[in-house]
Ligand binder design. Structure first.
Ligand code: DGY
Length: 334
């Protein structure tokens, strides 16, 4: 088997966490692999040390891979991120150095949309509070006013960012008889017809939605896209769901809005910072559900993501275009 640059030596690869077994087997079959086996991410120092002589790097969204890391890795040809989002990687720096970057989109779309809906339903119908109450001995009788929530069916859902996951959420919402508004960088006429969703300016979406769900990539433009001003425009009964990136929502502004009842409820799978410290003010609130960034966490999806990460890595090491490349321009051009 030919490895890097046509030699018979296996390419050297660093993997920053153990991935599902089939992917590790695939990577091992082609590469000389060093894996970080800790439950927590390797430290910055460890990453800087480990990448010195590698040709490939498989990393997670918890690893910041910037110009410094790349400068310390002169043989690095491919960075394969085990995530659809790649805000943890400085892609501009990678492209400058002709390092191909791969990600794992598509396979997690439906799984993430399922979880977005799970959070929305749990928030609307106060599932977590109900569970807490029962376990705490609070269920003493059937009560006419016990844990009243909001109906999801027939409500208006505002989707911020109508990409793949946003559309998958819209399809589910239609099944629940919801009216769906969306805002996006560009108007999606085809999706409007196919999914029966309506375009709305951001401000209108904020004002008219009963539920708001965020599905944008984290970029300088989307950092704190939902802050104090935006929260003030929402209905007092609004429920906000975030399964994208924590920094898209200003968590301190969210805390203030939830505490004074400016909006009704938030359900977050992602936080700012991440993980959220146990003493963060948000965690003192009852009108909040937080989960530990698990929207894509089904066995099938995480395995498929790992296989894509492996294939991206191997293709990049062979000098081929990976199945999911974030910066394919320079490979196509060469
Ligand atoms: C991603 O892939 O970007 C998710 O946040 C984790 O699966």
């Amino acid at each position: 088997m030919l490895g890097i640059r046509g030699s018979h030596l296996k390419p050297k690869v660093y993997v920053t966490r153990l991935l599902p077994e089939p992917a590790m087997e695939r990577i091992n079959s082609f590469c000389d692999v060093d894996v970080w086996r800790g439950e927590l991410p390797p430290s910055r120092e460890v990453i800087l040390r480990k990448v010195r002589d590698v040709n490939g790097l498989v990393c997670l969204l918890t690893d910041r891979i910037d110009g410094e890391v790349m400068s310390g890795a002169p043989s690095l040809r491919v960075i394969s991120n085990y995530a659809a989002g790649f805000d943890n990687i400085d892609v501009v720096e990678a492209t400058k150095r002709r390092i191909i970057v791969g990600n794992t989109p598509d396979v997690l779309t439906e799984t993430t949309a399922d979880f977005t809906f799970a959070l929305m339903m749990a928030a609307a119908r106060r599932v977590v509070e109900g569970d807490r109450s029962v376990r705490g001995g609070g269920w003493r009788t059937w009560g006419p006013m016990t844990l009243l929530g909001q109906d999801v069916h027939g409500a208006t859902l505002g989707i911020v960012g109508l990409g793949r996951i946003g559309m998958a959420v819209a399809r589910r919402a239609k099944g629940f008889g919801m009216k769906v508004l969306y805002c996006s960088r560009a108007r999606r006429m085809e999706a409007e017809t196919r999914l029966g969703v309506q375009y709305a300016e951001f401000v209108r979406l904020l004002a008219e939605s009963d539920f708001i769900t965020v599905h944008v990539n984290l970029t300088p433009e989307t950092f704190h896209l939902i802050g104090k001003e935006e929260l003030e425009k929402m209905k007092k009964t609004c429920v906000i769901v975030n399964t994208s990136r924590g920094q898209v929502v200003d968590n301190l502004a969210l805390y203030d809005a939830l505490r004074v009842g400016r909006i009704a409820f938030a359900a977050l799978d992602v936080t700012e910072p991440e993980p959220i410290p146990a003493d963060h003010p948000l965690l003192t609130l009852q009108n909040l559900i937080v989960t530990p960034h698990i929207a894509s966490a089904s066995v099938k999806t995480r395995t498929e993501m790992a296989m894509i990460a492996a294939e991206n890595l191997i293709a990049g090491l062979k000098g081929e275009l990976p199945p999911h490349a974030v910066n394919p321009e320079f490979l196509r051009g060469s």
